[in-house]
Write a protein that binds this ligand. Structure first.
Ligand SMILES: Cc1cc2nc3c(=O)[nH]c(=O)nc-3n(C[C@H](O)[C@H](O)[C@H](O)COP(=O)(O)O)c2cc1C
Length: 384
């Protein structure tokens, strides 16, 4: 009997857990240190409730969204996630196709295992954004940006909330890291997940060899098991507002700063010429004592005014989670783990299914609340 398709985030996650090697599942699923930030995200969403209105028939609420002058089918954006290409063979291309099908953008990561050019070729029609982690060698960083722009990417997302490598004991215990080092434990993990080992790693090995950071110049990151051979391509984690200004001067398209949690930082981003910010705690993966986006969203909206574009992410598992961020002032919501688990559970159709389910839940939230469009969420009465 065929496996029933998943019906929500939890079911997709359960399927992903069965399909992926544990080391990869934990890398995606878990947080940092004591995973307090991750727990706070869930608790934060669960603690907020709406006072619904009745006798306001809403048959088909409008979840279409205008963002930076463009109209999208829904307020969702697929967040950048390093190594999404390990989840499924050609995972980043599949993610691009799912986004294209849903009519939403897909933000490809610097640390993708498929180059931005190959993603653009494989997922034509999708709106691709590019997330930048900055290399120590500035000239190489600018050259990468030129390449990205030449692929027709118009929106750059500069991530600014990773000033160090976060502590993740689970990765150490599972033997997961870049470079990936062969170990007995990893070997047993792979044997226990033959569908992934054959269908993903086997296909890579047969076709192109071990996956690598494909946006890096040839020979620099030859595979996920090799040490970065050239210090010029180590990440520069110590970024400044001056550097944001430099990126602004060099990037002609839209520029978005990702990883903002303080109203002053949001204001500084807009003052530096950014088109939007992503209010984010990096999915609870970086700073275990950071506030949640839900806690600060309204303050940031108040500080930047009604016209500024605010995107929020971290911890969205339900349409109702997204609705709460939108009610607090976000214009759109990025999804990290949700489409990754959809992708693991069912390839590009699975990622598309996850997005469709979240859209369906968001519409249901509006219908049950007596709200006909997303713009009216901000006026809804919420209790925490
Ligand atoms: C496996 C994984 C890898 C990620 N890699 C990156 C990255 O390379 N760059 C980045 O800006 N954010 C990265 N993120 C953070 C996401 O862009 C996003 O902020 C976060 O996942 C949102 O939380 P959610 O997963 O709960 O939706 C990653 C997240 C995950 C789950």
């Amino acid at each position: 009997m065929a496996d029933a398709p998943f019906g929500d985030y939890d079911e997709a996650r359960a399927k992903a857990r069965r399909y992926l090697p544990r080391a990869l599942f934990d890398y995606i699923d878990r947080g940092t240190e004591g995973e307090r930030a991750l727990a706070a995200l869930r608790q934060g969403f669960d603690a907020v409730r709406i006072v619904p209105r009745v006798l306001r028939p809403v048959a088909a609420p409008d979840i279409g969204t205008t963002l930076m002058g463009r109209r999208y089918a829904s307020p969702f954006i697929i967040a950048p996630t390093a190594l999404a290409g390990l989840v499924r063979h050609d995972g980043e291309v599949k993610m691009g196709r799912a986004a294209g099908q849903a009519g939403i953008p897909f933000c490809a990561a610097t640390q993708s295992s498929t180059s931005i050019g190959d993603i653009a070729a494989g997922a034509s029609g999708a709106e691709l954004w590019f997330q930048l982690y900055v290399w120590r060698d500035r000239a190489e960083t600018w050259a990468l940006l030129d390449k990205v722009a030449a692929e027709g990417v118009e929106t750059l997302v500069l991530t600014v909330d990773t000033p160090a490598s976060p502590k993740k004991v689970h990765n150490l215990r599972n033997g997961f890291g870049i470079p990936l080092r062969p170990s007995w434990r990893l070997g047993v993990d792979l044997m226990r997940h033959p569908a992934w080992t054959i269908g993903v790693m086997g296909r890579y090995l047969a076709a192109t060899g071990l996956p690598a950071y494909a946006n890096y110049p040839v020979g620099v990151a030859t595979s996920v098991t090799s040490v970065l051979s050239d210090p010029r391509f180590a990440l520069d984690t110590q970024l400044s507002l001056r550097f944001v200004g430099e990126v602004r001067r060099r990037w002609a398209g839209k520029l978005i700063l990702k990883g903002i949690l303080h109203p002053d930082d949001a204001q500084a981003a807009f003052a530096a010429g950014c088109d939007a910010v992503v209010i984010s705690s990096h999915g609870g993966r970086n700073h275990d004592s950071a506030v949640t986006p839900l806690e600060v969203c309204a303050d940031i909206r108040a500080a930047v005014g009604p016209g500024a574009t605010l995107i929020a992410d971290s911890g969205v598992r339900r349409g109702s989670d997204a609705a709460k961020l939108l009610a607090r002032g976000a214009d759109a919501v990025m999804l990290g783990r949700a489409p990754l688990f959809g992708l693991a559970a069912g390839g590009d159709a699975g990622a598309a299914r996850m997005i469709a389910l979240l859209e369906e839940e968001l519409r249901a939230f509006l219908v049950f609340s007596g709200i006909s469009r997303l713009g009216d969420l901000a006026r809804a009465e919420m209790r925490a």
